[in-house]
Design a protein around this ligand. Structure first.
Ligand code: ADP
Length: 177
């Protein structure tokens, strides 16, 4: 389609939570096509490798019930500057999710700097449904590592990936002892 509006939603997705999926669904209402960007360069010690995070996000997208939404979402890994990758994808908006006030400062600075890099690409902020607003991948991982139930925060599929990964890591640790 000519003149289609493309959005770019970058993140680490380690792993994708119900909060992320909610933002993806909301973003598809304001853009024609959405590219979800899985960042390769994330500090040390992600729970899942880039390829795993990519596969898990793709699996979540494949499970969006409405095909007219699902078919407009693509998932790609990237390791360049977010703005450069957004431009390469032909995006006119960068989508970010806002949770509490705590996200604001960081997001405010990032949006300002990105606007300097390319004033033609706007950053838009979406809020997840209030059921999901408090969810952060970091806490999901901590809860799982301490044996808690993460099914309120991630899909059953993602919960299984986490359980398998943490079970394996604990097994390795036990074997070392
Ligand atoms: P996290 O901060 O959970 O590690 P990411 O870096 O993958 O997640 O986040 C990508 C984007 O999604 C960011 O803009 C982040 O604020 C947003 N986001 C993550 N979780 C939620 C949520 N529960 N509700 C709204 N936005 C979210």
């Amino acid at each position: 389609m000519r003149n289609e509006r493309i959005g770019f939603y970058p993140g680490t997705f380690d792993p994708i939570t119900n909060g992320h999926t909610d933002i993806i669904l909301r973003a598809t209402k304001i853009v024609d096509r959405l590219v979800v960007g899985v960042a390769r360069n994330i500090g040390k010690g992600p729970l899942f490798s880039t390829e795993e995070r990519l596969d898990i996000v793709r699996e979540e997208i494949a499970n969006i019930p409405d095909p007219t939404t699902r078919d407009r979402v693509e998932v790609k890994a990237y390791d360049t500057l977010t703005m450069h990758f957004a431009m390469e994808q032909g995006a006119s908006v960068i989508v970010r999710g806002l949770r509490a006030v705590s996200d604001f400062e960081y997001e405010f600075q990032m949006a300002g700097m990105n606007n300097r890099l390319n004033p033609n690409i706007e950053t838009v902020f979406l809020m997840a449904n209030d059921k999901y607003q408090f969810i952060a991948s970091r806490f999901v991982k901590e809860i799982a590592q301490l044996g808690g139930d993460v099914t309120p925060f991630v899909s059953a599929r993602v919960a299984q990936h986490i359980a398998r990964r943490i079970g394996r890591d604990n097994g390795k640790r036990a074997a070392k002892r």
